[in-house]
Every structure is written in structure tokens, then in C-alpha cells.
Design a protein around this ligand. Structure first.
Ligand code: S3P
Length: 430
């Protein structure tokens, strides 16, 4: 890590957060804009590509695969050369902390004539990759891995065939991986999703799909070309979520969050916060690059506990750490269930949030698939760990804003994985 970057942050109680936050561009859309531009048959432009570490890992890997990517005043220029435009990387492809980079890139690399090795940091190297290796192997891909974890060695030159794949877990990363491999497969690849997950891939690529009952079928025909285009990336809803909670729980706050992506497969957290009593207004709704966006304003409001579980979990999966902070100070109990996937994120987020919140005075009980949060907590300050997880660091930072004594976060600089200016944004509003 760069020693100039401060890795310990101490957050004090705020007397009111006022102002406008410059949010980073959406991480999920940025990865996809870069990857789809790389496979596009011509020059694509990406306006507002974020400098967050995760999307930058995707760019670095694409450059290693021979892609010409330049910057101009508006953002990035990606010189796509079609589906067969990638070339063998001289070294291992380092996905850093980014599961989306590793899983989506694996789908693309499985269909290449050359071999590749995907590596990641300690956190990513501990995350499950069997979930992508299984469907890719069914398509004909060949792998070596460390017992279903990175490093992933993908052997090139094995022709892929289209499959019909029913997702065993609600995961946009697995869905996107299989669909991307489908571009390199003979015949049609169909992914069947029973629980909705974020739909950026099918939306951005304009993939055919239909829904029968609770099942969504998404198709891609092998060899289908991807048109070059201009992508404009909205602000990241999952980054906005930290301020939706901060603005709600810090008394006398009014926070404006402009140009926030409001793809319905991502915004269940607004419905949940509103059901808890939050005061969030949504203005100037419009479409940018096929994605709905709007300007949000949050004003402080008393929150109440809630029961959350079932299909909504996949929609709010990245917001659960900050939901746990809101629930701790809300009046009454909150129960979060069906969220076992949280144990497979950058860290085990169920355990990390229970430990962090209990350390500063909340009463949170860990369940196998979620959390039970007593509510009415008065945070009393303390020292907590980020566990090298950006969302844990930021969630605990927001908790510090309503704590009677300061909350010190060790490993705070990991926020730069998705939100490099997070700590400055908190300072500016305070
Ligand atoms: C993402 C999908 C989600 C999410 C992650 C980004 C994506 O992961 O948690 O932050 O961009 O596809 P899963 O698909 O594994 O649930």
C-alpha cells in the first residue's frame, strides 16, 4: 500500500451533515462498459470511468491482454477489435480485490485460443470460484485452480458449446460470466435465473430475454458481435447508500446525491429504508446509456426496525453492511435472513458487521444466514477492523458519525476499492 495513504481513520460524532456528495461512478457498470468495449468491433468511449481500484483492475487486465485504452478529456477511449481481438498476456492477470473482474474475465478467457492465469489479493484468493468453473466446464472450458479458488489457470484452445444453465445461486457475476462465455460458444447459451440479480449485463448488451413465472431466461448466440458505443456511467447507488443512511441517522442533515443510478435491480435498499421511516426524495428521473438515474436528497428522520429476507436480499446484497448500522440505531429489532452470500464477499460480512457493531456498543447476534439487531443502540466508540473490506470500512465510518465517542477504523484506506474519496466526502459534509 502507498504509505502516504492514511490507513487509520477516526470518525467523530457529527452535529449535522450538509451538502452535496461527488459519488464515484458505478463499479458494476464500469467493469461491464470496459469489458464490452474491449470486445466491441470498433472504438468505444466511456464517460466518467471511476478511479476506484476494482474497475481499474479490469482496465489493467484488459491492457495486459493487448487492448489499446487511452484517456481523453471525457474519459476513456477503448479500441475494441471484436471478439477475437485479445492476445495472450505475458504475465498473470492481477484482479486485485475484484471478484467482478475475475469472474467476468474468466468467462471471456475460457473462449480464447491462448491460456491465461487469473490471480487476486488474499481476500479474492479465498473466495469461491467453483461457481463459475462448473458452468464454464460444462461449456467445454479447462481449468486448474487452488481447490476451487484463485489462482485460476484457464487453458486456451478448447472450443466452447452453448448450454442451458439454471443459476444455483442469485449472482450477477456468475450470470454475466456464463453469458460472456456464450459469445465464444457454438450455438445458443441460455441462463435461467430464478431470483433476480442485477441486470446490467443483459441490459447493456441488449440480450434477448423473457420471464415465465419466476424464471427469467436470458440468451446469447455464439459469435454475436458487440457494437462499439458511448457509455456514460451513472453515480454508484451502492456508494450513495452510505450517505442515505448517514443523512437519515445524523440529526439535522440534508444531503444531495446527484446522478445516482437507479436500476430497479439495485434499488431495493431505498424501499427498505423508506419502510424504516427514511425521508428520501427522488428528483429528475431520466435515462443514461439505458440505465435510469435521478438526483436523490436525504433528510434526517427517525428509523424503525424491519424484517428483511427472501428475494430482495440479492437486490440489496452490497447494502447490508450499512443497513446493519441503520438498524442498530433504529427503534426496535431488525432481522436480516437468507443472506448467507454475505459470508462469501470480500470478507465474511455477517461476522465482520456483528463484531464491529458489538465493539462500539450495539447488540447484534450473528445467525448462519444473517443478523438479528436489537436496535436503539447508543454507540459508545471504540476501535474496529475493516477486514480489508471496503464496505465494512465505510459502514463503520458512518457508525462513527452517531457515536458518543470516536470510532477508529483500522484498514480504512480499503474504501478506495469502490469509493476513493469517501473519507474526504464525510469530512466535507461534517
Ligand atoms: C456484482 C455482483 C454482486 C455484488 C458485487 C458486484 C456485479 O456479486 O455483490 O459487488 O457487478 O456483478 P454477486 O453476483 O456474486 O452476488
Amino acid at each position: 500500500m502507498d504509505p502516504r495513504i492514511e490507513d487509520i481513520r477516526t470518525i467523530q460524532r457529527s452535529r449535522g451533515l450538509l451538502g452535496t456528495v461527488a459519488l464515484p461512478a458505478d463499479k458494476s457498470i464500469a467493469h461491464r462498459a470496459a469489458l464490452f468495449s474491449a470486445l466491441g468491433s470498433g472504438v468505444s468511449h466511456i464517460v466518467g470511468f471511476p478511479d476506484s481500484a476494482d474497475p481499474q483492475s479490469t482496465l489493467a487486465c484488459l491492457r495486459q491482454l493487448g487492448l489499446r485504452i487511452e484517456t481523453d478529456d471525457a474519459g476513456l477511449v477503448v479500441y475494441g477489435e471484436g471478439l477475437s481481438g485479445l492476445s495472450s498476456a505475458l504475465q498473470d492477470l492481477d484482479c486485485g480485490n475484484s471478484g467482478t473482474t475475475m469472474r467476468l474475465l474468466a468467462g471471456i478467457l475460457a473462449g480464447q485460443s491462448f491460456s491465461s492465469t487469473l490471480i487476486g489479493d488474499a481476500s479474492l484468493s479465498a473466495r469461491p470460484m467453483g461457481r463459475i468453473m462448473d458452468p464454464l466446464a460444462q461449456m467445454g472450458a479447462h481449468f486448474d485452480s487452488n481447490g476451487g479458488r484463485a489462482p485460476l489457470r484457464i487453458s486456451g484452445g478448447h472450443p466452447l458449446k452453448g448450454i442451458e444453465y439454471a443459476l444455483p445461486i442469485a449472482s450477477a457475476q456468475v450470470k454475466s460470466c456464463v453469458l460472456l462465455a456464450g459469445f465464444f460458444a457454438e450455438g445458443t447459451t441460455t441462463v435461467i435465473e430464478t431470483t433476480p440479480s442485477r441486470d446490467h449485463t443483459e441490459r447493456m448488451l441488449g440480450l434477448s430475454n423473457f420471464t415465465v413465472g419466476t424464471q427469467k431466461h436470458i440468451f446469447v448466440d455464439g459469435g454475436r458481435t458487440i457494437e462499439p458505443r458511448l457509455w456514460s456511467i451513472p453515480a454508484d447507488f451502492s456508494a450513495a447508500a452510505f450517505f442515505l443512511v448517514a443523512g437519515s441517522i445524523v440529526p439535522d442533515s440534508v444531503i444531495h446525491l446527484p446522478r445516482v443510478g437507479l436500476n430497479p435491480s439495485r434499488t431495493g435498499f431505498i424501499d427498505i429504508l423508506r419502510a424504516m421511516g427514511a425521508n428520501i426524495s427522488i428528483e429528475k428521473e431520466r435515462l443514461v446509456s439505458g440505465e435510469p438515474i435521478a438526483d436523490l436528497t436525504v433528510r434526517s428522520a427517525p428509523l424503525f426496525g424491519i424484517q428483511v429476507g427472501g428475494d430482495i436480499i440479492a437486490n440489496i446484497i452490497d447494502e447490508i453492511p450499512i443497513l446493519a448500522v441503520a438498524a442498530s440505531v433504529a427503534e426496535g429489532e431488525t432481522v436480516i435472513r437468507d443472506a448467507t452470500e454475505l459470508r462469501h464477499k470480500e470478507t465474511d460480512r455477517i461476522s465482520a458487521m456483528a463484531t464491529g457493531l458489538n465493539a462500539i456498543g450495539a447488540t447484534v447476534t450473528e445467525q448462519e444466514d444473517g443478523l438479528t439487531i436489537l436496535g436503539n443502540a447508543k454507540f459508545t466508540g471504540g476501535t474496529v477492523e475493516s477486514h480489508h473490506d471496503h464496505r465494512i470500512a465505510m459502514a463503520m465510518g458512518v457508525a462513527g458519525l452517531v457515536s458518543s465517542k470516536p470510532v477508529t477504523i483500522h484498514g480504512a484506506s480499503v474504501a478506495s476499492v469502490s469509493f476513493p474519496s469517501f473519507w474526504e466526502a464525510i469530512d466535507e459534509l461534517s
